[in-house]
Design a protein around this ligand. Structure first.
Ligand code: GAR
Length: 192
């Protein structure tokens, strides 16, 4: 089984879906740990309930981003993690982790990239007045929500209903991420 680490900063709904997919054999992977930069985030609660190891490290507790990532990397290596899966991780991955996991870090973003990168992509799309937005799964490079696109799905904006639009996007994320990861893990040989 492919060993993965999930990085998350928020509610963790994507984490929950991926964890269930691993447990039920829909995604042929094993979640070694959940890494969060936000110890108070709800994903910590979800991970504890599913009995997956939580590593909560606040970057501000480290002198530099490099020192933070070196600590994260040491733990990933101890656990034999092969892929890093970002699921609402709201921080740029730096050179230390990128060098250790080249083309082995995946992200999901709630827009049709390259439109609306960064924070609150759903709000940005609504504010812009687009009629169609969507979801992108991509490999991570040094940019913000850039890197080779693996999969996309379109979602119609529900006019005047931001909550419903967000709900549709999250529902699509929860299907697209596990499918794309399953295809990816099958097609790329193991390294470690
Ligand atoms: C998801 O919509 C994800 O696409 C987004 O954060 C949300 C996390 O939800 N990620 C980004 O915006 C990355 N730039 P979750 O915590 O419920 O999985």
């Amino acid at each position: 089984k492919t060993k993965i680490a999930i990085f998350a900063s928020g509610s963790g709904s994507n984490y929950e879906v991926l964890e269930r997919a691993c447990r039920e054999g829909e995604l042929d992977a094993e979640i070694a740990l959940v890494m969060t930069d936000k110890p108070a985030s709800f994903v910590v609660e979800r991970a504890r309930q599913t009995e997956i190891r939580v590593v909560a490290l606040e970057p501000k507790a480290f002198p530099t981003k490099r020192a933070f990532e070196e600590t994260v990397l040491r733990i990933l290596r101890e656990e034999g993690v092969e892929w890093i899966v970002l699921a609402g991780y709201m921080r740029l991955i730096g050179p230390t982790l990128l060098a250790a996991y080249p083309s082995r870090i995946v992200n999901i973003h709630p827009s049709l990239l390259p439109a609306f990168p960064g924070k609150d992509a759903i709000g940005q799309a609504i504010a812009h007045g687009v009629k169609v937005t969507g979801v992108t799964v991509h490999l991570v490079d040094e940019g913000m929500d850039t890197g080779p696109i693996l999969a996309q799905a379109a979602v119609s904006v529900v006019e005047g209903d931001a909550a419903m639009t967000a709900q549709s996007i999250h529902a699509v994320e929860h299907i697209l991420y596990k499918e794309t990861l399953q295809n990816l893990f099958k097609s790329v040989p193991a390294t470690r």
